[in-house]
Design a protein around this ligand. Structure first.
Ligand SMILES: Nc1ncnc2c1ncn2[C@@H]1O[C@H](COP(=O)(O)OP(=O)(O)OP(=O)(O)O)[C@@H](O)[C@H]1O
Ligand SMILES: [Mg+2]
Length: 234
């Protein structure tokens, strides 16, 4: 069963001679309740693709059907509602609010969907930062901020978890732990995870691997025997 049916999706940035075709006529069905890894070199369109699925931005042409609705046709308010209700997003840049503590950043996302603060504390603990939860983003290392942004996304127990290079700044052990947490969230809540990485090793834990090049999906591989995160060599 698919969660997104994507039809003829294109995204151009800019106009005239400086137009960049970031996505070129992509048509694909993404399966539900799977761990999907997106691989591809820098500039191949991975973040752009994720932003379209997460209703952060509109495509130039094409459709993204989710539960019978074309989410590319939503207005601004509907786009925001869709993101709040359905999506946990871990951005390539961590996007933490600088004037809120680590825990408050996580609570901020859970409040939106009326979870208790307990969920926020649990999420912070699951990324190994309970001892730092009252620190502000400016007092945290890059990797710690990244982990807080992951806690923020998973605290919502979202139906769809979109992760843009979330393990980039993390060491081996922390990275494995994060992958384990994401897999647990997926199993516990029947979430669909879409996870961008440059790492072919991390791709081995995926149920499905998409490979992008120059704005196109050039490969779709179903992995019959995904590795457990603990089996990944970093
Ligand atoms: N806001 C923008 N304005 C103009 N061009 C953009 C914009 N965002 C992305 N692009 C261009 O679109 C193409 C795809 O960018 P995208 O960020 O999706 O790549 P990516 O695969 O995520 O790369 P990376 O691995 O470096 O994060 C690139 O050529 C990029 O320069
Ligand atoms: Mg990117």
């Amino acid at each position: 069963m698919s969660i997104f049916q994507i039809k003829s999706l294109s995204k151009n940035y800019g106009a005239g001679e400086s137009t960049v075709q970031a996505l070129k006529n992509i048509s694909i069905d993404l399966p539900k309740n799977k761990f999907i890894v997106v691989l591809g070199e820098s500039g191949s369109g991975k973040s752009t693709f994720l932003n379209m699925i997460g209703c952060m931005d509109k495509p130039t042409t094409g459709e993204i059907i989710f539960e019978g609705t074309d989410i590319t046709k939503l207005n601004k308010v509907q786009m925001t509602d869709f993101r709040k209700e359905k999506i946990g997003f871990v951005f390539q840049s961590y996007n933490l609010l600088p004037d809120l503590s680590a825990l408050e950043n996580v609570e901020f996302s859970t409040e939106i969907v009326n979870h208790s603060s307990e969920e926020a504390v649990k999420a912070v603990a699951s990324v190994g930062l309970k001892g730092r939860m009252h620190h502000f983003p400016g007092q945290l290392s890059g990797g710690e901020q990244q982990r807080i942004s992951i806690a923020r996304a998973i605290a919502k127990a979202p139906e769809i978890l979109l992760c843009d290079e979330p393990t980039g700044a993390l060491d081996f052990e922390t990275g494995i732990r994060i992958l384990e947490v994401l897999k647990q969230v997926k199993e516990a809540h029947n979430s669909t995870v879409i996870f961008i990485t440059h790492s072919k090793e991390i791709a081995k834990i995926a149920d499905v691997v998409l490979r992008m090049r120059s704005g196109e999906i050039i490969e779709y591989i179903e992995n019959e025997t995904p590795l457990a995160p603990s089996e990944v060599e970093w």
